[in-house]
Design a protein around this ligand. Sequence first.
Ligand code: FAD
Ligand code: PYC
Length: 413
Amino acid sequence: MPYKLLKFGFGREFNESRYFEDVQTPKKTYDVVIIGGGGHGLAAAYYLAKEHGITNVAVLERGYIGGGNTGRNTTIVRSNYLTPEGVKFYDASVKLFEGLSEELDLNMFYSTRGHFTLAHTDSSMRTMRWRAEVNKHVGVDSRVVGRDEIAKACPQMDLDCSGHAAIKGALYHNPGSVARHDAVAWGYARGAANLGVDIIQMTEVQDIDVRNGKVHGVQTSKGYISTGKVLSAVAGFTPRITKMVDIKTPITIHPLQACVTEPMKPWLDTIIVSGSLHVYVSQSSRGELVMGSSLDPYELHSTRSSFDFVEGLTSHIVDMFPFLSNVKVVRQWAGMADLTPDFAPIMGKTEIEGFYLDAGWGTWGFKATPISGKTMAATIANDKAHDLIHSFRLSRFEDYELTGEKGAASVGH
Ligand code: FAD
Ligand code: PYC
């Protein structure tokens, strides 16, 4: 038995250092208060401290860090989007992800394995060509491939999908990766705490004090905190926070469900997404198949998962991989996805002075964690939107300058 484990077992106290200092009581005042201890809030705190020297920052989390969509997602990281603005933004995030283990001194289990978005119809082949051209133009490695290349990468797949929706080709995106979601939250939390940020769990923001169009503080379950700057990074809870400051957004909340199977020997070393069959699958480093499907079609503020979901998902997965018919699903869950009409996020300043929004991450926000943190930190520090997020401003819905990413968001919607 390793000596450290013995020492721990016989020790009177818990003598391992904690991951990060878990502050229990907030200070009376902070320069910046971040609502939400998911990846986005924690990353923003880290970059505020690291790149802008703003360390008098509190991250307030109503539950535990990473317990929201950050800990519920299927960890796909890619930049094969449809608009040049989107591709540039997500490409910057992929690049940050590639160096994140080193940056935060924590193994993110970042695993680049290529990403196939299957096309089963002529019209989806057209969309794949369009995405490939936009990607190449911006310098991102994506290309359209035929059935032979798909068969070579994934010989276990029935390309005729049991006669239901034969595959015609795919968009192949070499940088497509998966990572360990918890590590992303913990790494940013530890990095931020080491730089002086207070991370305060089990602390809910219940109201925001806005007077004369300006933020003055937040009311929390642990008392009032005075601050001139508040960042809301609460994903599926966004409508509750924007109501506190009387801001309207077009965000609606839909459940997104996922599941894992029992562990299997490694056989799938790429990521497969089918928009037509509404499913996607990758294999985790533990051998589980990590699978998901489209959003639930109705608005619901709930994290309950359903039998319907597993039934629909598994029947389509078996169309593609008939040999999986006896593999058991062992766990399923849901997250609350904050959807926008154009499938792009809402980021930046708002009409309330000192109130910043990082929202509208729907089914696609995990991959954006590093770059959203970096760009939101710069936006807050300079009180001016970072160049990379200009197309994601809230006012685009009034100006009708949408950033249409529907064709690239994830599985079909
Ligand atoms: P969260 O991680 O949800 O954090 C918000 C936090 O705010 C929560 O912890 C919550 O408790 C806290 N909070 C809320 N209200 C308050 C309050 N009043 N006071 C204090 N704290 C509060 N994206 C991808 O890029 N790739 C994928 O493969 C992918 N798969 C997904 C699969 C599923 C099933 C789901 C549900 C989502 C998926 N996503 C994916 C989307 C991604 O998970 C999210 O967009 C992303 O995690 C959002 O991160 P966040 O930090 O903004 O939000
Ligand atoms: O954004 O790639 C993605 C994704 C896959 C599943 C959910 N989101």
